[in-house]
Design a protein around this ligand. Structure first.
Ligand code: AHR
Length: 500
């Protein structure tokens, strides 16, 4: 068996983990909303038409924040279409995804759903066809207590208490030509600056996210981020980045597993760009990052779509064990950047490239990616530790030499839990890792959960929903002196307890 070593030092810390690092995303797209979270005709729906089976699965993820309502959808969406009496709401051609949007769900219903699952909202305003005025009015509608035109309308619509939405994104992927009313960096920077001003005039307690590069593959990257931040540095608290991975043609399994190295570089480069603007502006303010769309998404697949139908399916990827392992690597990278990466949204949550899949009128299941994501969202708390590692190496076509195991660790002082997240990319070897805890008390292993299997293509289906599920390793000895064995091609969550 190959061997490695990890040193955990209590005071050697990368940064505090923001509790919004493992959020998710619901877009009015495909069946995310209609027949996803909302299906009044479903036998297991509540009085508002929300699917209770989906509510329960979402609750398992303990999401801190959910981005809403888009996505590409938002750039043609007028939020006022989704308020008031349902029978008066317009059905519209939804141009981004070529469907019909019935507007049965709008911001009020989504706020109710968020309460039910115990999450907060990251609202996105329309800076495509929308105006700064419309964005500020949405802030007023959601956050102003009452006594004004828009806040009174919210009260009249049955929501006496404000929704109190703290985090707002200034548009979505405005760098992409596919975006409705796409803008150049300077045009976006100007428009977003005016929107930010008006939105903060309406509520100066909100936090704002600038729309950064939607992929490092675009020609405009990283100039987009530089220019946009030159306009918005004083207005915003975060710059967004979006990134999706799939096994491209001729890409080896090994390279696919190492996708986290690409994410690592993307995050570092956006930090560098933001810090350049900080220097340019002689600013003391540090810009944080919001990875508010990320996932595995097989973009090589052509989906047959039925156009101009409400709730017609879009990109309902069926995830394999291999996809779940890749996602685990991305989780480690996110934790390892906790000092600057404060928010993240797994895109998306239900049906559309999602950990939860539903049948119209039927079941809801957990896809393979549900598990590593849940491990991150439930366990990455407190501080991200700066580990010192000595690990066996693997060779990759795309990335050269890399650690066979990618790791991240967190320390939750409240619970005295130290959590190790590890992805073994080695296709041949289990790896025994010696663990050395410095500055801690007596450290014991509490549990070791593994996601692996013989068939990397295995998927969970409605007929067999538990084909790919994590297993608990039998902890023969709760001592750490024997080290931890990380099986080949596996995702691992190891929880240690610091006994003082
Ligand atoms: O998440 C699916 C789509 O991917 C979103 O609508 C868009 O923002 C991104 O390109």
């Amino acid at each position: 068996m190959e061997k490695g070593k990890i040193i955990f030092e209590k005071d050697y810390v990368k940064g505090n983990i923001d509790k919004r690092l493992f959020g998710s995303f619901i877009e009015h797209m495909g069946r995310a909303v209609y027949t996803g979270i909302y299906e009044p005709e479903h036998p297991d729906s509540d009085e508002q038409g929300f699917r209770k089976d989906v509510l329960e699965l979402v609750k398992e993820l303990q999401l801190p924040i959910v981005r809403y309502p888009g996505g590409n959808f938002v750039s043609g969406y007028h939020w006022t279409d989704g308020i008031g009496r349902k029978e008066h709401r317009p059905s519209r051609l939804e141009l981004a995804w070529k469907t019909i949007e019935t507007n049965e769900i709008g911001i009020d219903e989504f706020a109710d759903w968020s309460k039910k699952v115990g999450t907060s909202i990251m609202a996105v305003v329309n800076l495509g066809t929308g105006t700064p005025k419309e964005a500020a009015e949405m802030v007023e509608y959601c956050n102003h207590p009452s006594g004004t035109y828009w806040s009174n309308m919210r009260v009249a619509n049955g929501h006496k208490e404000p929704h109190n939405i703290r985090t707002w994104c200034l548009g979505n992927e405005m760098d992409g030509d596919w975006q409705i009313c796409h803008l150049t960096a300077d045009e976006y920077g100007r428009k977003a600056h005016e929107a930010a001003k008006m939105m903060k005039m309406a509520d100066n307690t909100i936090e704002l996210v600038a729309s950064g590069s939607s992929s490092p593959m675009l020609d405009t990257y990283p100039e987009w981020d530089r220019k946009v931040l030159e306009h918005l540095y004083n207005d915003v608290d975060y710059i967004s980045l979006h990134r999706y991975y799939y096994q491209e043609e001729n890409m080896t399994i090994g390279d696919f597993l190492l996708s986290y190295l690409d994410l690592n570089k993307f995050i570092k480069d956006v930090i560098t760009t933001a810090d350049y603007v900080k220097t340019l502006k002689r600013s003391n303010k540090t810009m944080y990052l919001s990875l508010d769309e990320w996932n595995v998404w097989d973009m090589s697949k052509q989906w047959e779509i039925e156009e101009w139908k409400p709730a017609s399916p879009r990109i309902e990827d069926k995830y394999s064990l291999l996809d779940a392992l890749v996602l685990g690597g991305l989780i480690c990278t996110m934790i390892n950047h906790a000092n600057r990466l404060k928010m993240g949204c797994l895109a998306q949550l239900v049906n559309v490239i999602a950990p939860i899949l539903t049948e119209k009128g039927g079941k809801a299941i957990r896809q393979t990616i549900f598990y590593p994501f849940m491990h991150g969202s439930l366990n990455a708390k407190g501080k991200a530790l700066n580990l010192r590692t000595d690990l066996p190496k693997i060779q990759s076509k795309r990335y050269g030499e890399a650690d066979a195991v990618t790791v991240a660790a967190t320390y939750d002082e409240e619970k005295e839990n130290i959590v190790l997240f590890a992805l073994n990319c080695s296709q041949n070897d289990d790896i025994r890792i010696d663990v050395d805890f410095r500055g801690f008390g007596n450290v014991k292993v509490i549990s070791h959960t593994v996601l692996d299997g013989n068939d990397l293509n295995a998927k969970n289906t409605f007929e067999n929903p538990n084909t790919v599920v994590p297993r608990e390793m039998k902890m023969v000895n709760f001592d750490t002196s024997d080290g931890i064995v990380i099986p080949k091609m596996s995702w691992n969550l190891v929880i240690f307890k610091n006994i003082i």
